[in-house]
Design a binder for this molecule. Structure first.
Ligand SMILES: [Mn+2]
Length: 237
């Protein structure tokens, strides 16, 4: 399988610092978005650490082995971030989300922690293939909150899982078979809180990949871009 891919990251219109990090390695069929939290000297450090750890992964003997190494790298950054926060002594969390896509031959694996999302776009429809590790997602799953009201819930930003939050950390994964012509979108919540899934679908399925990325960023910025916004689009050729 071949890929065409692109990415964007932008500080947005309200934040002073871009705490998101993007890893874009088409040669190794690996793409990652991480959304750091904790403010200056924390969020951008955490998201960069997880991205750097994944970029530094050694070659693997099989795809399953490669997935295991990626998960292990995230678990190891989790421990490092907890130690870093303890060394700082102010009781704060230095954390990050992570969502990544790995591909090999005709297989893919998506791994994630937190509320950064992965979508799969195929045959004119979009499906979210990750499940947010967030309080509102748990409420939706329990039937206590309608999905449509989750974004506007006062606790919409409360995560139940993040890299750097607690030990041990469980990294969720989903695997599948790649189909030519389908696309994947990895995104931080700076995109997904502002741009609807059907708008992501329309941009990616109707426009070329660069124009689609420009459109998604433009939509976010024109709506105020209250958060950092980062995303990757990968189309299988
Ligand atoms: Mn964010």
């Amino acid at each position: 399988m071949g890929f065409v891919c692109t990415s964007r990251t932008h500080v947005g219109h309200k934040r002073k610092l871009n705490e998101d990090s993007v890893l874009f390695l088409p040669d190794r069929a690996m793409w990652v978005v991480a959304d750091g939290m904790g403010g200056h000297d924390a969020g951008e450090v955490a998201s960069a650490m997880v991205v750097e750890a994944l970029a530094a992964l050694p070659p693997a003997s099989s795809f399953v082995n490669r997935i295991g190494k990626a998960v292990g790298a995230i678990e190891s950054v989790n421990v490092q971030l907890i130690e870093l926060a303890q060394a700082g002594g102010q009781g704060r969390t230095i954390g990050t989300t992570v969502v990544g896509l790995l591909a090999e031959a005709n297989e893919f694996c998506c791994f994630w922690v937190g509320d950064s999302r992965a979508f799969r776009i195929a045959n004119g429809s979009i499906s979210q293939i990750t499940r947010d590790h967030s309080l509102v997602q748990d409420l939706v799953d329990a039937g206590m909150l309608e999905a449509e009201r989750a974004e506007s819930h006062p606790n919409a930003n409360v995560l139940t899982r993040a890299v750097g939050a607690s030990h041990p950390l469980t990294v969720d994964t989903v695997t599948g078979t790649l189909e030519p012509g389908e696309s994947f979108v990895l995104a931080s919540d700076g995109l997904t809180r502002i741009v609807r899934d059907d708008e992501i679908l329309a941009a990616v399925s109707r426009l070329g990949i660069e124009a689609a990325a420009d459109k998604l960023l433009e939509l976010t910025l024109s709506r105020g871009a209250p958060d950092n916004v980062s995303f990757v689009i990968v189309t299988v050729t």
